[in-house]
Design a protein around this ligand. Structure first.
Ligand SMILES: Cc1ncc(COP(=O)(O)O)c(C=O)c1O
Length: 355
């Protein structure tokens, strides 16, 4: 989280804008929270340049919830295509099988989820209701550097992207997207808020079994207030959108500035890892994530010492996901370049001291 956002939230915790109450104490139907919600939606629309034909929904259930909610709303019980690129797309595919015929049309499982299957080779169905990709595989450290152009690949299906772990870290080409979803807890705010951005024509096709609170049309028709939305998450995300829109890098502002900053942060760490025999990242350089950088020590018996020294240096949460092992640096939007410099400094010193 950006420190400025946390400080502002702290200062408004007991009394939001002289209203005499904190955001957690407000009715979601009151005028104060209504103003927060409307502003938050306008801010994310401006920040991510979301076109008018897309609805912005504030939901609950997280990324895994959307793995069921998307097929319940979009599949019409027919067929959906999945591109497997790592742990999260694998989970999405598995869950969707409960609601529709979920086909794997490409997979990088054979290379241990270290490269992206070339879109030209995807075996897209002629009649898919949608095509699912996870645009940043948080655990495997793989990111699409460009969204696939399904129309150019001969598919009429809308593209569904799980952008949970890199939302607002780079611009989105909405001309290629039908629906985007993401949990807020990486780049936007606290866990509990899920953002869904969905094109108008994809509403209104939910399966009978879809719970009303998860029916995108119901949620859209009620401005995300069909049931109580995650009010605190929406408020913090709103502060984060304002913080993001104020960020600059040279001439760039907002998400474009974040992208430039994220490229610089990631390059610093990858260049250091690639220049060392002591550390390694196994992902194809063409699809390396700017947000989540898994790396391994050549001598894995040093893992515990590495982590203990890192903790002492104030560098936390570096242990890799249990399914992959090794280390993982998650350098989300709020991580400043100085944080990555400190990590590289520590890694260099750890290597030198073990030479
Ligand atoms: C890309 C991606 N998708 C889905 C999820 C699952 O999200 P949640 O825990 O909010 O259900 C995560 C969580 O880390 C993720 O990184």
């Amino acid at each position: 989280m950006p420190e400025a956002v946390l400080r502002q939230a702290a200062s408004e915790m007991l009394d939001w804008h002289g209203s005499g109450m904190g955001v957690m104490e407000m009715s979601h139907r009151g005028k104060e929270f209504g103003a927060i919600c409307t502003q938050t939606e306008a801010d994310i629309r401006a920040l991510l340049a979301v076109p008018a034909q897309f609805h912005i929904l504030f939901m609950q259930g997280g990324g895994l919830g959307e793995n069921a909610i998307v097929p319940m709303n979009l599949s019409r019980g027919t067929r959906a295509d999945f591109v497997i690129t790592g742990s999260w797309s694998t989970k999405s595919h598995k869950e969707a099988q409960r609601y529709c015929e979920a086909r794997v049309v490409a997979s990088n499982a054979a290379d241990g989820h270290t490269g992206l299957p070339d879109p030209a080779g995807w075996q897209l169905s002629a009649d898919a209701s949608y095509v699912h990709v996870c645009t940043n595989e948080t655990i495997n450290g793989i990111e699409f550097q460009q969204l696939p152009d399904l129309a150019a690949l001969g598919s009429k299906a809308p593209l569904v992207i799980d952008f949970s772990s890199h939302v607002a870290s780079r611009p989105v080409d909405w001309s290629r997207v039908g629906l985007a979803f993401g949990g807020a807890q990486k780049n936007l705010g606290p866990a509990g808020l899920t953002i869904v951005i969905v094109r108008d024509d994809l509403l209104g096709h939910a399966l009978e079994i879809c719970p009303s609170a998860f029916n995108y049309k119901t949620v859209a028709d009620n401005q995300s207030m069909y049931n109580t939305p995650p009010t605190w998450g929406i408020y913090i995300a709103g502060l984060t959108f304002q913080w993001l829109s104020q960020q600059t890098e040279g001439e760039l502002t907002g998400v474009a500035a974040m992208e430039a900053r994220n490229i610089a942060k990631a390059r610093l760490l990858y260049d250091f890892i690639d220049g060392s025999d002591f550390y390694a990242n196994k992902v194809d350089p063409g699809c390396r994530s700017r947000m989540n950088i898994p790396f391994f020590l050549a001598d894995e018996s040093r893992n515990e010492a590495f982590l203990a020294g890192a903790r002492e240096a104030g560098l936390l949460q570096l242990k890799g996901h249990k399914s992959v092992g090794g280390m993982r640096a998650s350098i989300y939007n709020a991580m400043p370049l100085a944080g990555v410099q400190a990590l590289v400094g520590y890694m260099r010193e750890f290597e030198r001291s073990r030479a």
